[in-house]
Design a protein around this ligand. Structure first.
Ligand code: PNS
Length: 185
């Protein structure tokens, strides 16, 4: 219980049970969803930016069978745990089904998406508006990663790794190692 977080008006109401108002009710909590197949330095940059804006950021890995990921769900989660798992105010999670339902269950009021270029915009805009029509309480917030990551994507990183290129400046070391193992010839 953290009474310091109670709004004055609520405290003045007297009859309200203080026990029901925990810090969790007032946390600004955001979900950062994605396939993370695998996590890139661009994702890490967005997480860092989101961390400064929210009390808690839940990095949520989508099961996303439609995309036929290279890494299994457990591998994608493990790579995230190995890179951001120790940071304060960041949790790693997974979800299956609708993103807005997961956001509701987690009491999150925001969804974070990275916006790299104009080419991202159309799909992201469509998804944000669709999510809003499904749950108006969840706001989508776009964050722009550092300029040097605007051309970076998991898809391109996988292609470079598959063709034997060096991906060490695009992904954290554990992801570079995991990619090398996947494409070992
Ligand atoms: O990293 P990605 O692949 O661009 O992430 C896309 C993701 C997982 C955020 C998106 O496909 C999603 O939200 N999937 C969950 C299912 C859902 O809610 N679909 C309706 C979106 S309008």
């Amino acid at each position: 219980m953290n009474i310091g977080c109670l709004p004055r008006r609520r405290l003045a109401e007297g009859g309200l049970s203080v026990e029901r108002w925990t810090f969790s009710n007032f946390m600004r909590r955001a979900i950062y969803p994605g396939s993370f197949d695998p996590v890139t330095n661009g994702h890490l940059d967005v997480i860092e930016r989101a961390r400064k804006l929210f009390d808690e950021v839940i990095v949520a890995v989508a099961h996303n069978v439609e995309k036929q990921p290279l890494f299994t769900l457990e591998e994608r989660l493990e790579l995230l745990r190995a890179t951001v798992g120790e940071q304060d105010h960041v949790r790693i999670g997974q979800f299956d089904g609708l993103l807005v339902e997961f956001a509701g269950l987690q009491k999150a009021n925001a969804v974070i998406r990275g916006l790299r270029a104009v080419s991202d915009f159309e799909f992201e805009f469509q998804m944000a508006l669709m999510n809003r029509s499904l749950n108006a309480n969840v706001e989508t917030i776009f964050l722009m990663p550092k300029e040097e990551y605007t051309y970076l994507s998991s898809r391109l990183v996988k292609e470079i790794a598959r063709l034997g290129g060096d991906v060490s400046s695009f992904v954290p070391p554990c992801a570079a190692k995991a990619l090398a193992e996947k494409f070992r010839r």
